[in-house]
Design a protein. Structure first.
Length: 657
């Protein structure tokens, strides 16, 4: 990677605790309010099966049955427990920033419920407790026991950090201790690892909050053992008589779960995209904790493969519906893609962890890209409808009638039988304050531009940064420094990769050399005084983007982008048959804020051409001649807000005229 400052292992960036950052800007404060006031209550109703005409969850009922509070049988998918864990994690982040006695009481009651469902030996999983109690730890490939455990561990750590209450943390510690007695390299233990990665990164979090090195060692074991011979998944499948819980798993090769090679030998992103990026996140975490250069280099190679060959312009990953997976370099179809919302959430996590290891704007750029595009697109503005799949081109009739496109939904759904994406959005947006800054000794790094107040401590001195901005609608940012007295420290600012011209001022005086030097960041080291302020201005014109010509789906097409936001055409603004529209690469497009559209967005408009059909008659094919094209005006909206009006066609990549 070019022009980067590598911290490993001598310098580590650390995130700011969530309670020290208060987000205040209109854009993100509004989304976080939606999570608190609508999404969390709505998802609680979903977990309790109280949403009319929505797919039932069964989640709370399964826990109540496992706890002995109700009679009945397990219902839902094998990994249903994880939905409750992710909801609880989102609750914890909200309690850390916005205390709520009623919500905390509900979370405490959930903790008691989970504790009552735990078995005497520490085991905790409602599917195997209720439905197949004699088959615990017999199907690591498909059983999701460790996946559910990982999400519960993350929830417990978040809840402890928010409230200081240990009850749920003690529950997951007992569970992790039990897992450690079952799995490992010692005689009598299973040399197993999870089919769906997640617990690895969760164990690092558990180690960081408890200081118990057993949890770190267990997470490292899962990473080190994966992909080694003899192949554990074949061994356990043979013991089960070559039967599968999910019949389709018989069709997947070893790349599906990233077990084709030991992880340090992997250099390309393969298989199920969510599993992959969760594992890469854990690899980066472990590289930090162990100072493991080899593991870091593996992460870096995989990262390069994703962002230069296997990622969509919106930060979506996972091109194939079959296996919800990466396929091969430059295979990025727009209308049959999968790009699960969870995959972009996982890519955000991977990017943030890489940024902690190596200061390079490309990591924060991808965090920003996924955040303002695919992740936000996964949830409607009402907080009650969600996308699992995030396409870049939608033709409603094809989605309905073409089996190859049935997975692409024209409208967001109220809920899903497999509902991993909605709570994933909630937990990320609720914890957004953790990702704006990093700190290392006497240096503060600003990665994301979001209006907030943040508290730091430098050599015992209390520092407050106030960030004010109307980002992403314009590129002006002001940071005010509040200190008790003069304080020497460095402020390091990311210059976004999409920005071609940036201006930097301190107390109104322009800094002559505002050229990024280290990985796309600018550092100002000086003695700061109370009342000092910094102004950044990022040029944010409308630009037309091309793809690498190896991306066959996009060659001869252009995409509209402004700042971090990718734009799209919708039928609501531009009529049907969006595929007939073409734009010139030299067209000058106008950007204007419309306060009455979709809660207030910058709309892009300009001139285009549309192929007419009035001369065709009944012919399906004919000798090529000049198409008749009509001049039209088009209007594009941010991709993340599509499908918040009436359903219809949508298009990101537009033909070049």
């Amino acid at each position: 990677m070019k022009d980067a400052t590598t911290f490993l292992p001598w310098k580590r960036l650390r995130s700011l605790p969530l309670k020290q950052v208060k987000i205040e800007d209109v854009f993100w404060a509004g989304h976080q309010r939606l999570i608190r006031e609508v999404v969390i209550p709505y998802q609680w109703d979903a977990l309790n099966d109280r949403i009319p005409d929505a797919a039932p969850s069964h989640c709370i009922r399964n826990f109540r049955i496992a706890a002995g509070l109700e009679r009945g049988e397990f219902q839902g998918v094998i990994f249903q427990d994880s939905d409750l864990a992710k909801w609880l994690e989102a609750v914890a982040y909200n309690l850390e920033t916005h205390p709520d006695c009623g919500l905390e009481q509900t979370a405490d009651e959930v903790t008691v419920l989970i504790e009552r469902a735990q078995q005497p030996d520490g085991y905790l999983n409602t599917y195997y407790t209720l439905k197949e109690p004699g088959k615990r730890w017999t199907n690591f490939r498909e059983g999701h026991e460790l996946y559910c455990a990982g999400h519960l561990i993350e929830a417990a750590v978040a809840y402890y950090n928010a409230t200081g209450k240990r009850r749920l943390l003690d529950v997951v510690c007992r569970f992790a201790d039990h897992i450690d007695t079952v799995i490992g390299t010692k005689p009598g233990k299973l040399k197993a690892y999870p089919g769906h990665q997640e617990i690895e990164l969760a164990l690092v979090k558990l180690f960081r909050v408890t200081g118990n090195v057993r949890y770190l060692d267990l997470g490292k074991y899962f990473i080190d053992e994966r992909g080694r011979e003899p192949y554990y998944f074949d061994i356990e499948t043979g013991k089960r008589g070559n039967t599968f819980y999910f019949p389709e798993f018989e069709k997947f090769d070893r790349t599906y779960a990233q077990t084709h090679l030991p992880v340090r030998q992997q250099s390309t992103a393969e298989g199920h995209a969510v599993r992959a990026v969760y594992m890469y996140s854990a690899m980066a975490d472990l590289a930090v904790e162990a100072g493991d250069q080899q593991l870091f280099e593996a992460c870096r190679k995989i990262w390069e493969n994703i962002v230069t060959r296997r990622m969509y312009i919106t930060g979506g990953i996972g091109a194939a519906a079959f296996g919800e997976a990466f396929t091969f370099d430059y295979d990025l179809p727009n209308d049959t893609m999968y790009t699960e919302t969870c995959a972009s959430v996982g890519l955000f996590f991977f990017a943030q962890r890489m940024l902690q290891l190596e200061l390079n704007h490309c990591y924060a750029d991808v965090m920003e890209k996924t955040l303002y595009n695919t992740i936000l697109a996964g949830m409607a503005l009402d907080g009650k409808h969600f996308f699992y799949v995030n396409p870049l081109e939608v033709w409603p009739e094809a989605c309905e009638k073409n089996p190859a496109k049935n997975h692409v939904k024209v409208s967001r759904q109220k809920w899903f039988g497999v509902a991993c994406c909605p709570p994933n959005i909630a937990r990320l947006l609720s914890s957004l304050g953790r990702y704006i800054y990093s700190q290392a000794e006497d240096e503060i790094f600003i990665h994301l531009y979001i209006g907030n107040r943040a508290a730091f401590e430098i050599r015992g001195e209390k520092i407050q940064l106030i960030q004010e901005t109307n980002y992403p609608w314009d590129g002006r940012v002001r940071l005010s420094v509040t200190t008790a007295g003069p304080c020497e420290m460095a402020l390091t600012f990311r210059i976004p990769g999409w920005c071609r011209q940036a201006t930097l001022r301190v107390n109104g005086m322009e800094i002559d050399d505002a050229t990024p030097k280290s990985g796309g960041y600018i550092t100002l080291r000086r003695t700061w005084n109370p009342g000092d302020y910094i102004e950044l201005e990022f040029s944010m014109p409308v630009v037309l983007m091309r793809s690498d010509p190896n991306v066959r789906a996009d060659i001869g097409k252009l995409a509209i982008q402004r700042g971090p936001m990718v734009y799209c055409l919708e039928e609501a603004d531009n009529g049907k048959d969006l595929h007939r529209i073409s734009i010139r690469p030299d067209e000058v497009f106008a950007a204007e804020f419309d306060p009455d559209l979709l809660g207030g967005v910058v709309v892009i408009s300009g001139e285009a051409e549309r192929v007419a059909d009035s001369t065709w008659g009944c012919e399906l094919y004919r000798i090529a001649d000049k198409d008749r094209r009509d001049k039209v005006m088009i209007k594009a909206i941010p991709y993340c807000f599509w499908n918040n009006r009436e359903p219809g066609e949508m298009l990101v990549w537009i033909r070049e005229g």
